[in-house]
Design a binder for this molecule. Sequence first.
Ligand code: 9UX
Length: 70
Amino acid sequence: AEQTSVLTVAGMTCAACVRRVEKRLAKLEGVSASVNLVTGRATVRHPRGTTVEELAHAVTSAGYPAEPHV
Ligand code: 9UX
């Protein structure tokens, strides 16, 4: 089963940043993401076994500090 989570992502300033974040998330098994540059949010579709903390860590590792959106 799948689930949707939202992350807040800092440091994105251009469309290439958006693609980097989307590609980093897509490397995770069963994960796809849509990133909004203006709002700084990533909407992520992922398996239930993937935690939002894992997703945020992956994005942070790519150079864009992220955390679960409250
Ligand atoms: Mo363009 Mo986004 O250099 O970091 S990819 S600002």
